[in-house]
Write a protein that binds this ligand. Structure first.
Ligand code: SAH
Length: 369
């Protein structure tokens, strides 16, 4: 029975019994961010002992290359004396710690930095503090991006957008109806659709050619974030790099995914005990970025991003003076991050800049979207 499958299941079932079926957006925010039982709020779900692994946890090269990317973008910004380096959803702080170590090669950049971590999870904030100790830089934590002070900024987000709650809609009689989560006669969670049709403007903008039975997904929090980045970059220069898994063209399919202990799970069973994510709709983000007067580049594949940033050269350098087991490890992680049948293609990178900045390499003018 779902209601007894986790402490959060009982809380959600009680809410549905009281107020009626809930949106997927609300369900997902509870599963990920419930103050006591949420995936991120209750514990650290990242790494081999947790539920899932991310690129910076696979290899130090990932964060190092992004650190060098940030340093080179800072130079194209005219090397401002003060720069906010902002990471959205920094997880264990591994990416930032590797990035800062690599960027030490450019002392002017390190001297200009203040580091801002936008993080809601207390257990992960503690891990981030630990990871960043060696950098000698004390980060500033924020619950909301809106609280980061203004000024020239570089924003990094790896696997942040896939964790933002989505809404789903089903096409019925030529109209969209929101998918809701209710209780069946056994008290288990079940999908159903709202009686009333829904006319959210993003539905017509993103899915003009839908057919009967299609499922459309939108992520309101992602659009709010892009809007906020746009507002920030109106007054001060900046660039953002978003890396995540998802699709380059808005499509109609159900991409909600639950993963617990590195295995796929049913999203409606064990709420709070399985990580919930959905594919990032990069085309939708580009549309929002246009509206927010940002210049967008990409998405390009994660493989192209990392190879363009010098992954092979870094791997060769790292493999010098190592044991053969370590060299094999480096080659394997290189493969895992870039091979099309692994993380190389499904994972993509999208960059935004304020008006007038040069393309942030490896993105070029021809990647403008
Ligand atoms: N970037 C890290 C972690 C990815 S997991 C990595 O690549 O390893 C998602 C991260 O986003 C976690 O740190 C989680 O706590 C954070 N997060 C999720 N929703 C958030 C929100 N609404 N606001 C701020 N941080 C959030």
């Amino acid at each position: 029975m779902s209601q007894t499958s986790s402490p959060l299941a009982k809380i959600i079932a009680d809410e549905i019994a009281r107020t009626g079926p809930i949106t997927l957006e609300h369900y997902m925010s509870l599963c990920l961010g419930h103050p006591e039982y949420g995936v991120y709020t209750a514990r650290d779900p990242i790494g081999t002992a947790g539920d899932f692994t991310t690129s910076p946890e696979i290899s130090q090269m990932f964060g190092e290359l992004i650190g060098l990317w940030a340093a080179s973008v800072w130079q194209t910004m005219g090397s401002p004396q003060e720069l906010h380096l902002i990471e959205l959803g920094p997880g264990r702080g591994t990416l930032m710690s590797d990035a800062l170590r690599a960027a030490r090669a450019l002392p002017g950049f390190i001297d200009a930095l203040s580091v801002h971590l936008v993080e809601t999870s207390q257990p992960l904030r503690a891990k981030q503090a630990e990871s960043l100790k060696a950098s000698g830089i004390t980060p500033n934590w924020h619950k909301d991006f809106a609280n980061v002070p203004t000024g020239p900024s570089i924003i990094i987000a790896n696997e942040f957008f896939d964790a933002l709650p989505i809404r789903q809609f089903e096409r019925k009689n030529n109209q969209w109806h929101e998918r809701l989560i209710g209780l069946d006669e056994r008290g288990d969670f079940t999908f159903q659709i709202a009686d009333a049709p829904n006319t959210h403007p993003l539905l017509t903008a993103l899915f003009p050619k839908a057919s009967e039975g299609d499922i459309a997904e939108i992520c309101p929090a992602a659009h709010e974030m892009i809007e906020a980045v746009g507002t920030r970059f109106q007054t001060t220069p900046g660039a953002a790099l978003i890396i995540d898994y998802g699709h380059g063209i808005s499509g109609t399919s159900d991409t909600l995914q639950a993963v617990a202990k590195h295995k796929y799970a049913d999203p409606l069973v064990h709420p709070g005990l399985a990580d919930l994510t959905a594919h990032v709709d990069f085309a939708a983000l580009v549309q929002s970025a246009d509206k927010a007067e940002l210049t967008s580049y990409g998405p390009i594949s994660q493989g192209d991003l990392l190879i363009g940033l010098g992954l092979h050269e870094r791997a060769t350098a790292l493999s010098q003076n190592t044991t053969s087991a370590q060299a094999r490890d480096i080659a394997q992680s290189q493969q895992r991050l870039t091979a099309p049948d692994q993380m190389g293609t499904l994972f993509k990178a999208l960059a935004f800049t304020s008006a007038g900045l040069a393309p942030p390499a490896p993105f070029t003018v021809s990647d403008r979207s």
